[in-house]
Design a protein around this ligand. Structure first.
Ligand SMILES: Nc1nc2c(ncn2[C@@H]2O[C@H](COP(=O)(O)OP(=O)(O)OP(=O)(O)O)[C@@H](O)[C@H]2O)c(=O)[nH]1
Ligand SMILES: [Zn+2]
Length: 384
């Protein structure tokens, strides 16, 4: 055992990613995998579920009556539940619910299950970690093995070369930050972010910053349009603190991504919400921008106790969230107010831009659809 442990420690120390090191880690985990009763087949999962044996990716697995692979139960006495803060090569940084940090490798069995996902573990995942090795010195993470990944919600992923790349998981909220002055408000740009949010299925909040620079009454019409569509709009000022309590309230206990154009005040808002937060984000982002994993991996930043243990999730990719992987044919479906009309047009492949007898255009003319939102739609649909 001593020798194997040393292998893992050496792999952690050296960092990640060369195939030789990967092989070293793999061997180690296979030994652990064989220790599991389930893989040897002498025990099936409890709770009286019907199970069947099946070979997946070269390993024998148990599947339940609905065809789902049954992962071995984790030993809750020894394992710790935690959140993956970031994934770097083969090592995942996990914050345990006991407040400790873990540097984790992933169990071989889990890797084999993830045949069509590039990352078996992603930032934001809720995982069970089995601590390994000796207690580290103060300030250093404990080593561990990720034994199990809990089911995900709020997944942010991008497609490249027909493969889905997980960027972050368990995101509850996207905060689209816009500025109402300096730079002036660009509602069509906000719509672009909303379209991407619709595509990902994540809940967006529109945060209109710098309201100290305008007459609040001037914002009522534009806030009204988005609110009527069911989008929450928060007018705020990072400078005066206006609206920040409401924003903090929305972040409490949630995993949130901030996005928006440069200069709208994202860093100022993060700092106003929690002093020092923006600096931490900037430092890590500029580090990873130099690295190879720029757009594919995200980093989670734990928020303070006053924010109910929430997290901020960031990557340079999330900040350029506008029209992520959105194709022209899908755009109408992501404009909530267009959906009731799109199937009523004369041409089944109507683009609702130049065609005659278009139910969407009639609805705009009759005032059922806001003309400015329709203009946004046309711009996006025409690839402008
Ligand atoms: N008047 C006013 N100015 C603000 C407010 N929030 C931010 N600013 C100013 O707007 C400028 C841009 O703010 P940042 O926080 O750097 O903007 P950002 O969105 O983080 O920009 P990037 O880092 O480029 O993405 C700074 O000069 C801030 O002082 C506000 O509420 N009111
Ligand atoms: Zn049409």
């Amino acid at each position: 055992m001593g020798k194997k442990r040393r292998n893992v420690r050496a792999a952690f120390r050296k960092g990640h990613d060369t195939s030789k090191r990967e092989r070293g880690l793999t061997r180690h985990f296979e030994v652990h995998g064989a220790d599991s009763h389930q893989e040897r087949g002498d025990r099936v999962s409890g709770k009286g579920r019907l199970t069947r044996r099946r070979t997946v990716a070269g390993a024998e697995m148990t599947e339940d009556s609905s065809g789902q692979i049954v992962l071995p139960e984790v030993d809750r006495e020894t394992c710790v539940l935690g959140r993956v803060l970031r994934v770097q090569g083969l090592v995942s940084r996990v914050l345990g619910d006991n407040g400790r940090l873990y540097a984790c490798a992933t169990r071989q069995l889990l890797k084999q299950l993830a045949t069509n996902l590039r990352h078996v573990v992603a930032a934001g995942d809720l995982v069970w970690v089995r601590p390994e090795g000796p207690t580290p010195e103060e300030g250093l993470p404990q080593e561990g093995i990720i034994e199990r990944v809990e089911p995900r919600h709020g997944v942010l992923s991008r497609t490249s070369r027909n493969r889905q790349h997980l960027i972050a998981t368990n995101i509850d909220l996207i905060v689209v930050v816009a500025s109402v002055a300096e730079p002036r408000l660009k509602p069509n740009l906000v719509d672009r972010y909303l379209v991407t949010a619709e595509k990902t299925g994540l809940r967006p909040i529109v945060c209109l910053n710098k309201v100290d620079l305008v007459e609040p009454a001037d914002l009522v019409p534009i806030i009204g349009v988005w609110s009527q569509l069911g989008y929450e709009v928060l007018p705020v000022s990072a400078d005066t603190g206006f609206g920040l309590d409401r924003l903090r309230d929305r972040l409490r206990g949630k995993e949130t991504a901030f996005t928006g154009q440069s200069g709208v005040g994202k860093s100022s808002l993060l700092n106003a919400i929690q002093p020092g937060l923006a600096l931490r984000v900037q430092t890590v982002s500029s580090e990873s921008e130099k690295g190879r994993h720029t757009t594919t991996t995200a980093v989670l930043y734990p928020l303070g106790e006053d924010l109910g243990g929430g997290f901020l999730v960031d990557t340079p990719g999330i900040r350029s969230f506008e029209l992520w992987d959105v194709i022209p044919e899908e755009v109408a479906g992501y404009f909530r107010e267009l959906r009731p009309y799109v199937s009523k047009c004369r041409f089944p492949d109507c683009t609702h831009t130049h065609e005659d007898d278009c139910a969407v255009k009639y609805a705009v003319a009759d005032g059922w659809i806001d003309a400015r939102r329709y203009e946004s739609y046309v711009q996006i649909r025409s690839g402008e």
